[in-house]
Design a protein. Sequence first.
Length: 279
Amino acid sequence: MWNMESDVEDAFRKKVIIGSAVIVVLGILGAIYYYKYYAQPPAAPKPAEPPKAVAPQEATEPAVHNPVPANPGGESKPLPELNASDPDVRSALSGLFGSKAVEQLLVPEHIVRHIVATVDNLPRKKVAVELRPVKPTPGTTVTVAQSDSVVLGAGNYERYAPFIRIVQATDAKALSTVYFQLYPLFQQAYENLGYPGQYFNDRLIEVIDDLLQAPDVQGPIALRQPRVFFEYADPKLEARSAGQKLLIRMGPANAAIIKAKLRELRQAVATRPDEPVNH
């Protein structure tokens, strides 16, 4: 005979046992958690690793590819300060080119600074007109209308005739001697321009190499005038350096004379005359 009261008691007893077991399990888990995170003393932090020693880098002087002679031309008088060097530089250049030519072409102030700044800018896209060491070429750009285009006129090349005559008459060896004698002034001006520790004679040779790469353009040179100044219509010519574009503007015959003199000058000032300088 089914005893309802007995079943109720058994069910109640099972609930009590299961509830007690759950409580015991939760208690054990709680004890484990407490022991793990609170009862044990905190672990001692690991000692920080000492910083790794970095080997000191040796101070290196920039390489000089083309050093100038220590005593060019033997004993000479001490050089003036850069800011007071114009009279001495004019005198040296007058002895080389003649006083009339120097007076005709040379800007008489800040000569060394202007030479250095212009040389440094020739391989770039623009040369600051106000920093040029020579006076502006007389006249304006000569152009000729040809069909529906404008080309550089042959009369433009004649504007450079006085300068070309001086270039042709210049003794590159004598010019290099004067340059070497005045070199500390050029070096100081170059460093003051923002190149501390770099060597101006190396830069000069880099610039000569860039000028010698100017293309020999024969025939009419087409121009365009997008704004005030003319530009070369050929984008490849217009993309050339400022120095190369100047040689193109002088005309192929004048450019050939200047390039020949530049090769002579490079031979005179380079320690390794036949080796291009690549930085």
